[in-house]
Design a protein around this ligand. Structure first.
Ligand code: CUK
Ligand code: CUA
Ligand code: CA
Length: 650
């Protein structure tokens, strides 16, 4: 394991895992705690400088894996889609698996000049604008992507994604793979976890997603208007329920502590979130003083009854009703809206098992995963259990820095170990037996090294009742020496692991642009896309090249334009300096894949129109002169000739 690229000696007999453990423990014990949490041994030395043309540090043990079995040959299609968050790029990405080929980047909270997201009037309207028409926000941080459900599996309708920075939720249509709605959550800073419900808690007939639940990580004064600035004991967090159809907030719950990731039950009754800052600390050391924080459970039917009964309050200017879910207000389990299950220590990640029976909550600073039984949480709400902690049915020791868990279809869990830089496979039944005192039961059944330090990990269909036990993808936080060096910002590694056998097999390294957090893996059969728009979807469509014209109302000028390879509907048009110009462009081409672009030099205008699509832009013609408006998207043998002139009179 010691290559020229890795100058730190790791004695073979000590083993990589032990070495990592000791580094991590040393880091945790001393003042270098934060270093211990981020540093893998390989960052410390010259290894990180990326000398070119050296072999990766951990060549696969030859002969162990037949990689050709996972190849996707030219002309072949992948069997899975992977939808991935793009972290602080603010976008969502679509990959094919097993190939790891990148198909599409869906701009959501970011500006994207390829498609014109944040540039066209239509996208600006979705993103939200200030009174002067400028974008309210143009940055985002997408962490979690989860599709809508019907009957416990994906229905191919929508994908929901969060923006941690500005507390927004976005929806992506899965037929066009474009964002169609964005909502800002009131009084929420650091919106982290997100999860759609899988059925209605009361109405048996509703077996599909109608709500999306949102966790809130950063506690703030409420309302955050300058009061209680430096008194964190007065800050609090809100759990938000969003209507999946309108994307409007339905209600919020005030909680103790913070919330991180979110999971929902298969019967629709519960949503839950791991909480790492029950201390309400404002500094990291304050956030680690408790041995146990918690995993909070929300009784959805009771919360909605309380909202209906008007047992609510409002915060600041927000009209969204808030109920009190704090511990002190929910002491009686029989009427409680929330249940705080104590879990060690600064937990990260909570995931529901495909059989609907359990939630696995990772310890992060504890080497354990806590397994909570769904039926027991319901029992607690019925007053039949003494303590919330009685809902815990297992707490196996699985390794250092456990974060996220995926499941297969054979009762096994796969948890990412950030500090150990491994994926650990553990068996739920064995963990439960061991917790009951069965010394023969061994929860951990396999481990595999990943390169390096995984954050999220997820299994194919593992968040549905149809988990298929085929693949696990490890979204790692560091790639170090796995790819050709590309300067200080490394790509990340997404490593594909075959989990169909007893032993996990690493079958591919995929490079991914920073920084995916969460992804989901869906068989291609569940996705049905549209390849061409219907021109009638766009009320402002210019349906015929003969309709192209310029209309003036005072200083407002509207240019009606079409594109049809290799021409635009107007060869030239004239406006006056100071005019507010709106260009409406319809792509009349009906052929699949025939997209045109439209750019205006010096005016910062650049967007595309897909077949039969209409988009518009508005700008001030403040620079007299001749401007060649040209097609940016290669469309035809005469693509370069596809241009027209905007003449701006002085
Ligand atoms: S958090 Cu990123 S690795 Cu946002 Cu899902 Cu755990
Ligand atoms: Cu139209 Cu290039
Ligand atoms: Ca804590």
């Amino acid at each position: 394991m010691n290559t020229p690229n890795n100058k730190i000696a790791i004695p073979r007999d000590l083993g990589r895992r032990n070495f990592l453990n000791k580094t991590a423990i040393a880091g945790l014990a001393g003042a270098g705690l934060s270093a211990g949490l981020v540093a893998c041994n390989k960052t410390a030395g010259p290894a990180a400088t990326g000398s070119p043309a050296v072999a990766a540090s951990e060549p696969a043990k030859s002969g162990a894996v037949d990689y050709s079995a996972y190849e996707v040959h030219p002309g072949q299609l992948d069997t899975y889609y992977s939808f991935s968050s793009g972290g602080h790029s603010g976008e969502v990405r679509i990959y094919g698996l097993p190939s790891g080929r990148l198909f599409k980047r869906i701009p959501v909270f970011n500006i994207d000049c390829l498609v014109g997201w944040g540039i066209t009037n239509e996208s600006k309207k979705i993103m939200g604008t200030n009174a002067d028409g400028s974008l309210k926000y143009f940055t985002g941080d997408t962490h979690h992507v989860h599709p809508s459900y019907t009957d416990g599996t994906y229905n191919g309708k929508h994908l929901f994604v969060n923006d941690k920075i500005h507390g927004r939720i976005a929806r992506v249509r899965l037929d066009t793979m474009e964002c169609d709605k964005i909502t800002e959550l009131p009084n929420v800073q650091g919106f982290h976890g997100i999860f759609p419900d899988k059925r209605d808690p009361v109405d048996e007939k509703i077996n599909y997603t109608t709500r999306v639940f949102c966790g809130n990580e950063f506690h703030i004064p409420q309302p955050n208007d300058g009061r209680d600035l430096n008194d964190p004991t007065k800050y609090f967090c809100l759990f938000t329920c969003i209507d999946a159809e309108t994307l409007e907030p339905r209600w919020q719950v005030k909680v103790d502590g913070n919330m991180d990731l979110v999971a929902t039950s298969y019967d629709g009754k519960l949503a839950c979130s791991n909480q790492y800052n029950m201390e309400n600390g404002a500094h990291y050391e304050d956030m680690m003083s408790l041995e146990r924080d918690s995993c909070i459970f929300f009784n959805i039917a009771r919360i909605e009854a309380a909202v209906k009964a008007g047992k609510t309050f409002f915060i600041g200017k927000s009209k969204v009703p808030v109920v009190d879910g704090t511990k002190s207000a929910n002491a009686d389990p029989k009427t409680a809206l929330t249940c705080y299950v104590p879990t060690p220590k600064n937990p990260h990640g909570v995931n529901a098992s495909p059989d609907g029976k359990y939630y696995a909550c990772s310890g992060k600073l504890s080497p354990t995963a806590t397994l909570i039984e769904h039926a027991l949480v319901l029992k607690w709400f019925d007053g039949e259990l003494k303590e919330p902690r009685d809902t815990v049915v297992a707490e196996p020791e699985i390794g250092l820095g456990p974060l996220h868990t995926g499941f297969d279809n054979k009762g096994n869990a796969y948890t990412t170990l950030f500090l150990d830089s491994q994926i650990v496979k553990w068996n739920l039944e064995a963990a439960i037996k061991s917790f009951k005192g069965d010394k023969a039961a061994k929860p951990v059944v396999d481990r595999i090294d990943v390169q390096y330090q995984p954050g999220h990990g997820f299994t194919s269909m593992g968040e549905t009742k149809n988990a298929d036990g085929k693949f696990f993808l490890s979204d790692n936080k560091f790639s170090k020496d796995r790819f050709l060096p590309v300067g200080p910002l490394h790509p990340e590694t997404a490593q594909l692991i075959d989990i169909s056998g007893d032993k996990m097999k690493l079958v591919a390294d995929h490079s991914v642009y920073s920084e995916p957090h969460d992804s989901i893996i869906i068989p291609r059969e569940l996705i049905r896309t549209r390849q061409v728009y219907d021109i009638n979807e766009f009320p402002n469509a210019v349906k015929d090249a003969k309709e192209c014209r310029v209309e003036r109302k005072g200083k407002k000028v509207t240019v009606y334009l079409t594109s049809q390879a290799p021409t635009f509907g107007l060869r030239e048009w004239t406006v006056k300096k100071g005019d507010e110009v709106t260009i409406i462009l319809t792509n009349l081409d009906k052929v699949e894949d025939l997209t045109h672009g439209f750019a205006i030099p010096n005016y910062n205008i650049n967007f595309i129109v897909n077949p039969q699509e209409t988009k518009s832009v508005t700008f001030k013609a403040d620079k007299p002169g001749v401007y060649w408006c040209y097609c940016t998207n290669f469309c035809h043998a005469l693509h370069l000739e596809m241009r027209s002139r905007m003449l701006v009179e002085a």
